[in-house]
Ligand binder design. Structure first.
Ligand code: FPP
Length: 254
């Protein structure tokens, strides 16, 4: 069904995270308002997420609204929140049928009440779904997440613990239930992470597409996956070491 060989299918990422950029530019190039771009962006969310799950990628995380996006005009923000609410309402049936569990990372308290309620209700209704995992980063900022994790760690341990390691610390991050992303896709040709999953991305492969998000459809997504399957992930080891050991396992001190 998709242009992926059996070898590609064996090397697929387990967790793909996406920075969906360029809705505004996509709309502007058509002489339309920014929200038109976001609306088409949501349609594309459906298409790419479905493709990911159909192909067998169990974790998909989408950067839907950053803490910095709070600085956008009120009309754009409320439009985005309405789109989010509509999306969740419309997709609930499919999520239940396909066994998709929704999670959110970010400070949901910073969302308007109607949007927060829609997110929390969908999280609650889908929490027993075990097959696929869709996480929305909403009012999310990685630095804020890290500071919050440090604070809760300090509170919990009273500053007494001195053998902190990544495994322990990562349990204080909002992504604690997710594996680290293997592949981060960013659309619109920008080469930056923009405060997205900064620590979790330590060993992620990054794929930048020149396409704006509404144009980054199934075919472009599968191309990104194909590109990923041909990369050698060394995790700090040499290529020779990898040839004799099993791959894709994080070494302890790399
Ligand atoms: C970036 O384009 C996109 C966003 C800030 C919002 C992304 C949100 C959606 C696609 C819709 C909501 C999500 C879900 C899951 C329903 P931009 O506005 O920064 O584009 P520009 O850089 O060209 O201005």
């Amino acid at each position: 069904m998709y242009d992926l060989t059996p070898e590609d299918l064996e090397r697929l990422p387990r967790h793909v995270a996406v920075i969906m950029d360029g809705n505004g530019r996509w709309a502007r190039s058509r002489g339309k308002p920014r929200l038109f771009g976001h609306r088409n962006g949501v349609e594309n969310v459906k298409s790419v997420v479905n493709t990911a799950f159909e192909i067998g990628i169990p974790y998909v995380t989408l950067y839907a609204f950053s803490t910095e996006n709070q600085n956008r005009p009120g009309e754009e923000k409320s439009g985005l929140m309405r789109l989010l609410q509509e999306f969740l309402k419309r997709e609930l049936k499919t999520m239940m049928g396909d066994e998709v569990r929704l999670r959110a990372i970010g400070d949901l308290n910073g969302l308007p009440e109607f949007a927060r309620n829609a997110v929390m209700e969908t999280i609650e209704k889908t929490k027993a779904n075990k097959k696929w995992n869709l996480t929305l980063a909403l009012n999310y900022g990685s630095r804020q997440e890290i500071l919050q994790a440090v604070q809760s760690y300090a509170r919990k341990t009273n500053g007494m613990e001195d053998d902190l390691n990544w495994e322990t610390f990562s349990n204080y991050l909002q992504t604690r239930e997710l594996p680290d992303p293997d592949l981060i896709i960013r659309t619109s040709g920008e080469f930056r992470l923009s405060n997205f999953l900064l620590l979790q991305a330590a060993y992620a492969e990054i794929f930048v597409s020149p396409l704006h998000w509404p144009d980054f459809g199934k075919v472009a997504f599968v191309d990104a996956l194909k590109n990923y399957t041909h990369r050698e992930r060394r995790f700090g080891k040499t290529g020779d070491q990898l040839a004799t050991a099993s791959t894709n396992l994080l070494p302890e001190n790399s």
